[in-house]
Design a protein around this ligand. Structure first.
Ligand SMILES: NC(=O)c1ccc[n+]([C@@H]2O[C@H](COP(=O)([O-])OP(=O)(O)OC[C@H]3O[C@@H](n4cnc5c(N)ncnc54)[C@H](OP(=O)(O)O)[C@@H]3O)[C@@H](O)[C@H]2O)c1
Length: 344
């Protein structure tokens, strides 16, 4: 069997179509992964709508992968055919997630712990990388809270804010704040997510249906009894960024998921970090290697729980509809997951 099914974005701003493409052999240091579950992300519909990141069309998108090791490349140690693994895809066809087989460097692949299934595992890579690189990685790529991922270094007694607490990224930010020992974790999200976000570690949820974004700094300052030094904008729009900047104290940092904005110096020694949440990116690679060694144990111990899953029907063909739903803001607090092997 040398052919597989892939979901191709035919051309810039074009349509998605399921097609046959070759299955590639892993190069040195790579794993070939048979993809069982592939999660959808806003970046996938944004690439289709706006055309960025992609150098060559037709393009295979998809950055959240879970499956089985199919073949082990030369020089790879610690993985065997059949291992259950999860990994982050990248914006080149050989590493895309919207296909049945992909190639990923083994040093940034993790083994799926037995307490979660493929679909749950697929919800983790991009969201967790974005949260972890943004918060922990050394400056300027991250806020530098814990560049060695040494979780014995803590922030007990300190407050933190995440705007967009119910986003996939926001859910991992809350869990990382908890792991880092922050005592007050304030999330801005819809009220119906309150109990769930508290189960992840939020101590306070500000209802975005009740409190307009411009009032958030005022409410946050009433909740936190010491100045806030770190905020995470998991929504990425200008109003959310402005609220985060206003909420933090002099010398504080805002991590922002929108890498496209101009990073203006907000003054007062405050800093805005524009995160690019991928272990594939060369400046993040060393951190990514540590992350992928650490993450499976955190998941196994229940310290990091996956996002809740909504399963999509029709294999790769079902992805397009899922992306349109996401684009229409109709996905709330869950991750959409497709199953490439179910493609007819
Ligand atoms: N820089 C990077 O490397 C990177 C990586 C990953 C993601 N991102 C970006 O980060 C953003 C979040 O991605 P994601 O996958 O985590 O999103 P997601 O899970 O698809 O986001 C959906 C959630 O966003 C919430 N939301 C929408 N507008 C909001 C607002 N104004 N205030 C608070 N919550 C709001 C919705 O809440 P309700 O339930 O209340 O409707 C919904 O639960 C996207 O813009 C994405 O493109 C960037």
């Amino acid at each position: 069997m040398s052919q597989q099914k892939a979901l191709l974005l035919e051309k810039a701003k074009g349509s998605f179509v399921v097609s046959d493409v070759p299955i590639l052999k892993p190069g040195p240091g790579q794993l070939s992964i048979k993809i069982i579950a592939s999660a959808l992300n806003p970046v996938d519909w944004k690439i289709q709508a706006w055309d960025f990141f992609i150098q060559k069309y037709p393009a295979i998108l998809g950055t959240d992968i879970a499956g089985d090791v199919e073949e082990v490349g030369e020089g790879v140690e610690g993985f065997s055919k059949g291992d259950k693994v999860f990994a982050q895809g990248f914006f080149v066809n050989e590493m895309g997630g919207f296909q049945q087989y992909t190639l990923i460097p083994a040093e940034i692949v993790g083994k799926i712990p037995p307490n979660i299934d493929y679909a749950q595992a697929a919800t983790i890579p991009l969201g967790f990388n974005t949260a972890a690189i943004g918060l922990l990685h050394a400056q300027p790529e991250g806020a530098g809270l814990n560049p060695t991922f040494d979780l014995s270094v803590g922030y007990v007694g300190q407050p933190a804010l995440v705007v967009g607490g119910s986003t996939s990224v926001g859910q991992y930010v809350i869990q990382l704040f908890k792991l880092l020992g922050f005592s007050t974790i304030i999330a801005y999200a819809s009220a119906h997510h309150t109990e769930y976000l508290k189960s992840l570690g939020a101590t306070h949820v500000i209802d975005r249906g009740e409190v307009p974004i411009e009032k958030v700094p005022e409410v946050v300052k009433k909740i936190a009894d010491v100045p806030i030094k770190i905020a995470f904008n998991a929504v990425g729009d200008n109003d959310s960024r402005a609220a985060c900047i206003a909420a933090i104290a002099e010398g504080g940092q805002v991590v922002d998921v929108n890498p496209e904005v101009e990073a203006k110096d907000p003054g007062n020694g405050k800093r805005v970090i524009l995160v690019f949440g991928t272990s594939h990116h060369p400046p993040h690679r060393e951190f990514g290697k540590i992350l992928w060694k650490t993450l499976p144990k955190l998941v196994q111990d229940g310290a990091i729980v996956p996002n809740r899953v909504e399963k999509l029907p029709n294999g790769l063909a079902g992805i397009d509809e899922g992306l349109q739903k996401m684009k229409a803001n109709k996905v709330s607090g869950v991750k959409l997951v497709a199953f490439p092997q179910e493609t007819s």
